[in-house]
Design a protein around this ligand. Structure first.
Ligand SMILES: [Zn+2]
Ligand SMILES: [Zn+2]
Length: 339
């Protein structure tokens, strides 16, 4: 069979997510069709609800937001990109990437996102918009720059004939451009706007001064979602989350069992989260960044029960691939692997 015939067969076949990734010429045109369609309502998918500790059930931090014609990731820790594929999306769908802080469990899949998007995109999609605290610009240069970690790989893919042929087969036109994420370093107080959305950047209380740590709030006409990144209890988080429909907050240890007072200040605990959610007046609290220690029957229920004694809204025990949607400024549907 000729290559052209084979590709035509693929194009006429309803493809799975994995096939879409190996046939980018097909998948990108379908992504373009999607973009022309009606703007999507605001939704957030939890890609990774785990911690730096190894887990096959919970990948490290990552969140995926669909809003208007934009697709945003908030953090992209190890395993988050795999979950993105499992959610039925692809690197080429992502338009904006935000990072709360540069702990590796929040940014290790940044390289995969940029390189896979660049490779599959074949110069046919816009550069990725990237936002994060310093040194995200230096990290980007050290990963993808001419002298960066992936510099020799990128050069090989740009200059070797076999890679050029593959690039052209994907619809690219030579000469091939380098990956060029558009990086903006942000701080507490920064505001970024997109297609029907605004992200306000707040301060998180975590591991300063070694890493600048941020929290995000997205507002749309439908409602608002706040993600605290990694943060202990503090007034800035309460202010940022004020009146949100959904607050996503880390919940690492069972209250009182964290290693030290310093640890509690940097990461909080479930009783702190209950007070934060109550003070901020949010409608729904989603617990994430869950350690194996508390991720077990009876402990889960005890934590939710204790939080609900303080906070009167809804409490959700986050799971990887759980998707939350908003309609009329309230949570309207909750879907998860467990159904
Ligand atoms: Zn973390
Ligand atoms: Zn952290």
């Amino acid at each position: 069979m000729e290559r052209r015939e084979f590709i035509a067969i693929l194009a006429s076949t309803r493809v799975s997510a994995s096939w879409q990734n190996s046939t980018p010429a097909v998948s990108i045109s379908s992504a373009a069709d999607d973009q022309a369609a009606t703007p999507r309502p605001l939704s957030i998918t939890l890609l990774g609800t785990g911690t730096p500790s190894p887990s096959l059930d919970r990948q490290s931090s990552g969140y995926f937001i669909e809003v208007g014609h934009d697709v945003i990731v908030w953090d992209h820790g190890p395993g988050a990109h795999h979950r993105l594929l499992q959610s039925g999306h692809r690197s080429v769908d992502v338009t904006h990437a935000f990072f709360t802080h540069l702990h590796y469990d929040h940014c290790m899949d940044y390289g995969r996102l940029v390189l896979q998007r660049w490779d599959q995109g074949a110069d046919r999609i816009a550069d990725l918009n990237v936002y994060g605290p310093p040194p995200i610009a230096r990290m980007t240069e050290q990963l993808f720059g001419v002298d960066g970690i992936y510099g020799p790989d990128i050069r090989a893919r740009i200059e070797h004939k076999s890679s050029q042929d593959q690039f052209e087969a994907r619809g690219g036109k030579l000469p091939r451009r380098r990956p060029a994420p558009k990086v903006m370093e942000i701080h507490a107080g920064s505001v970024i706007s997109g297609d029907g959305w605004k992200v306000t950047v707040g301060h998180a209380q975590h591991v300063e001064p070694y890493l600048e740590c941020l929290a995000f709030r997205i507002d749309t006409s439908e409602g608002s979602i706040c993600y605290t990144g990694d943060s202990g209890p503090n007034d800035a988080i309460v202010e940022l989350a004020k009146g949100c429909d959904i607050l996503i907050h880390m919940n690492h240890y069972f209250s009182g069992t964290e290693p030290s007072p310093a640890y509690r200040m940097a990461c909080g605990n479930h009783r702190d989260n209950a007070v934060i959610a109550k003070r901020a007046g949010v409608k729904t609290l989603v617990l994430t960044h869950l350690l194996g220690q508390i991720d077990r029957p009876s402990v889960r229920e005890l934590i939710v029960h204790e939080i609900q004694k303080v906070f009167e809204g809804k409490v959700i025990w986050g799971e990887d691939l759980m998707r939350l949607t908003l309609a009329d400024a309230r949570v309207s549907a909750i879907e998860s692997r467990q159904g």
